[in-house]
Each structure stands twice: as C-alpha cells, then as structure tokens.
Design a protein around this ligand. Structure first.
Ligand code: 4AD
Ligand code: MG
Length: 467
C-alpha cells in the first residue's frame, strides 16, 4: 500500500486516517496536541502536520509505555509503534494502541500552546511555534499547495520560469520604496563633494532589494514569449495595514504579443484555476476556514471558480462611486488614486465579486504603462476582490521607444539608469503585457484570514523582523 511517505518505516497521520482497513502494526512520529489521563488509560492526540486532524493514541495499563505516557505533556515530540485498530470512540475511525513509545523531546507546563484556542495576535509573538496550531497548520499547508499550483498553471501553458534578481539597482515601480543594500560604512561613508560616493559601494552603484521583477521579466518575455516570475519582493513603505507586508511574494507573468484584454484574460484564467485547485486539493483545510474563520468562504470560492469576472474603466468606476450617494473618507474625483475604501465598495457593493478596473489616468500609474490614444489614460488594470481589495496590478507595456522616453522624462527617471531596459525597445520591440499577483493577498482571499501577517511564515512589517 502507498504510505504517502518517503520513509518506508513510518506512516503519516493523514494516510492512516484515510485508511480503509486495519493495517496491523504502524509507526508514527509527531507532536502531542493534547494529553488526557483517565483511570488506567492515557489518550494522546498526535499531529505530524500532514493534515488538520490528529491521530488518537491509546496507552493502556498493559502497554510497556504506560508510565512514560503518563508523564508526557502537551507539545512533546514522540514516536509510537502500535496496532492500528478501529476506534470505538467518536470523532475518528482509527486509533493506535500504543506499544513502545520513544520520547524525542519532552516538554513542560511552560509550553505556550496549552489552551485550545489562542488569538492570532498572540500567536504572532510566538511565530516559531504557531505552525503547530490548527489554523496555521492549515494556512501553511494551503500556501504550499497553492505555490505548486502556480507552477502547474504556467508550466502547463508553456511559460518559462525566470528567477529575477533580488538585489537590483532599479526601482521598477518608481515609488522610491526600496530597502538599501550596501557595504559602505554607515558611520563614515566615502564622500565626494559632501555627497555619498555610491560608485564606491560594493556593486559600483546604489542598489537595493527588488520591489518587482517585472522589468527583468520583460527582457525575458522578448526572448521566450511567455514567462513568469515567482519570488520575494520588498517594499520599505511605512504602511501599517492588514494588507501590506515589507517582504511579500509576487507572481509576475509577462506575455509578448498581448494587449490589455489578453492580459486580463490570462489573469482571470489564472485566478480561477488557483481557486478551483484549492477547492479540489485543500478541501479539509478550507472546510476548517469555512467553519472557524469565514462562514461564507467555500460558497464564495465556488461561485468565483464558475463565473466570468466583470470589468469597468476607471472613468466609469469614478462615475459609479460619485453616483453611489456614499460619503467616503477620501473624496472621489477623476484623477485621484482609488483608495481601499473605494476599491472595496466597487467590488463588494457595486459588483459583488471580482472586478477589473482598467485604463487609469497616467499620472497615478507607473512610467512603463502604455499610453492610450486619448493621451490621458494608460492601459492599466487592477483586479479587485471582496474583502481583500486590490489583489492584482498589471498593464500593457509601453513598447514605443519615443513615447517611453518622454514618459520617463515626465516621471523624472534618468534614462542612464535604464538604458538596458530601453534597449528592448530599440531592437525588436513588441507589444507585450503582464501583471503581478500578491501571493499573500491571494492566500488571504482563499483562506479568509484577515491579516497578511497570518499567511506568511515569518512576517516582516515596520518594526518587526524577529524570528
Ligand atoms: O500593483 P503592484 O505594485 O504591481 C507591480 O509591482 C507590477 N510591477 C506588477 C506587474 O505588472 N508585473 O503589485 C502587484 C500586487 C498587488 O496587486 C498586491 O496584490 C501585491 O502585489 N502587493 C503587496 N502585497 C503585500 N504587501 C505589500 N506591501 C504589497 N504591495 C503590493
Ligand atoms: Mg498596484
């Protein structure tokens, strides 16, 4: 029988709980979620992270490990050899009657996860232990499966996976939110005419952590046609919201010979593929979220998987917001950036589902977006979804050298720093487009978790990089 384990001598709890018949002797290893003692018997709930449920271990008086089991505490790490038998108790089909128990790591009453439920905020203060809770076990199993789904989607469609650099000299989004990378002496940096001599720094120029792999992705799209990146992204913006992390993961496909409509189609196909994938492959964990975190979750995901997304232009979105009769904290006027309250209102109240907003004013979007024929807007798109707001940002790119150069001038971007990027427009330029999906925002959407800090293993936010 397939034990779903690379180790022949051990069983994973998930496989045991799915067994259709008794398997005789088994060997399991894991961590104790609970220890319950009653007269002449000790019940242990053992979890090995393979699934939400724990395996019940029954240690009777006749077991050679009865005394050892009596001394075990919540959180201890053990191995158990025993017989797998149908469970007479409620809540599980199988249990293990313990023979020999090996204690790898004992614990004591100071182990922080003694209670059944803890607040997420408290658990963030023990990020090294929170994966051993039900909610975070489910979150990080889903995260792992969805990462696999990302690669499946693109690989099955012939996209080339590009690992774009983490250290870079260019600020793709132009928002000046880069973390600096330097080996210069912070106390006494070399100076020329009073200004820091960045050319003496390690890379011979001012460098930082990437805010997006897009520009390098574009270069590869002009060789491989369809590419994607999937990696960490860093932003030093000081926004302490439940949706912003200073380090997050982004998936950025870039496609040659594509306009904005094709770009939106790809984004929708990708998004719906990932939702369907989660419904199919992460069912138990999603049911947990549906029960304890967000009651409407599965119904909402099923609807999204089966319905086409809506789309409206920025101009129409502004009109709809102005006509809504709602008073927003930030006033609505053509030309201003949509705030999260506006985005939420559009996707939650006006549309009631995912919504593409397209063709934004060029002044509020990045320099590389393609200018529309009206001369005022660019071929941009944001995908907004209920509860999360903006989850994807993308555009058709400006492939015309002269227009791009004019825009860079208008945005005060020195051409010298991006000559390599402009070169793609000099030699064999092509229409192309792409977008970025925030991996954590997507996980918030799929799990119903409301804080970005709770869907990334070790969150980095302003003031917090412990663990
Ligand atoms: O809209 P953004 O800034 O777009 C780009 O970076 C483009 N270069 C993408 C492209 O066209 N290739 O970011 C894309 C997405 C956002 O929609 C959001 O989901 C996520 O990345 N994101 C963040 N997620 C968590 N924390 C942050 N601070 C984020 N900033 C953006
Ligand atoms: Mg954006």
């Amino acid at each position: 029988m397939d034990r779903s384990d690379w180790r022949q001598d051990r069983w994973r709890v998930k496989r045991i709980l799915q067994a259709e018949q008794a398997q005789g002797e088994v060997f399991v290893q894991g961590w104790l979620r609970t220890v319950r003692r009653s007269k002449g018997v000790v019940f242990l709930a053992l979890n090995d992270g393979s699934c939400l449920d724990s395996l019940q271990i029954v240690v009777g008086e006749d077991s050679p490990s009865f005394q050892v089991a009596g001394e075990l505490g919540t959180g201890a790490c053990i191995g158990v050899r025993g017989m797998l038998v149908p469970s007479p108790g409620e809540g599980q089909n199988w249990e293990v009657q313990a023979g020999l128990i090996t204690v790898y790591g004992a614990t004591d009453e100071t182990f922080p996860l003694q209670k059944k439920r803890h607040g997420f905020e408290y658990l963030r203060t023990i990020a090294h232990l929170r994966p051993r809770t039900n909610a975070f076990g489910a979150v990080f199993r889903v995260r792992s499966r969805i990462a696999h789904a990302v690669h499946s989607f693109f690989q099955e469609r012939g996209f080339v996976y590009v690992q774009t650099p983490i250290i870079t000299a260019n600020d793709c989004e132009g928002a000046g939110e880069m973390f600096r990378v330097t080996t210069l002496d912070p106390e006494n940096p070399p100076r020329v005419d009073g200004r820091i001599a960045w050319h003496e720094d390690f890379f011979g120029s001012k460098t930082g952590l990437t805010v997006s792999g897009q520009l390098q992705g574009e270069l590869f799209a002009t060789a491989f046609t369809d590419i994607y990146t999937f990696g960490p992204t860093f932003r030093a913006e000081n926004s302490n919201t439940s949706r912003h992390a200073s380090e997050f993961w982004m998936i950025e496909p870039e496609i040659a010979f594509a306009d904005l409509a094709v770009n939106c189609q790809l984004a929708e196909d990708f998004f719906r593929f990932m939702v369907s994938y989660a419904l199919e492959h992460c069912r138990d964990d999603l049911e947990f979220f549906n029960k304890f975190i967000d009651n409407g979750l599965i119904e909402r995901l099923e609807k999204v998987a089966g319905t086409a997304f809506q789309s409206m232009s920025y101009t129409e979105a502004i009109n709809r917001l102005q006509r809504s009769g709602r008073s927003f904290e930030f006033p609505v006027a053509w030309g201003c950036d949509l705030q999260s309250e506006h985005e939420r209102y559009l996707t939650e109240q006006i549309v009631g589902g995912p919504l593409f907003v397209t063709d934004y004013p060029q002044g509020i979007k990045a320099f590389y977006m393609r200018r529309n024929d009206d001369g005022k807007t660019v071929a941009a798109m944001d995908l907004l979804v209920p509860k999360v707001g903006e989850i994807i940002g993308g555009s058709q790119r400006e492939e015309r050298l002269d227009v791009l150069q004019h825009k860079m001038e208008a945005f005060d971007i020195l051409p010298a720093s991006l000559e390599w990027y402009l070169d793609t427009r000099r030699w064999g330029s092509c229409p192309h487009a792409g977008f970025g999906l925030g991996f954590e925002r997507f996980l918030m959407y799929i799990t119903g978790m409301e804080n970005v800090r709770d869907v990334i293993p070790f969150p980095r936010t302003p003031g917090n990089a412990r663990f």
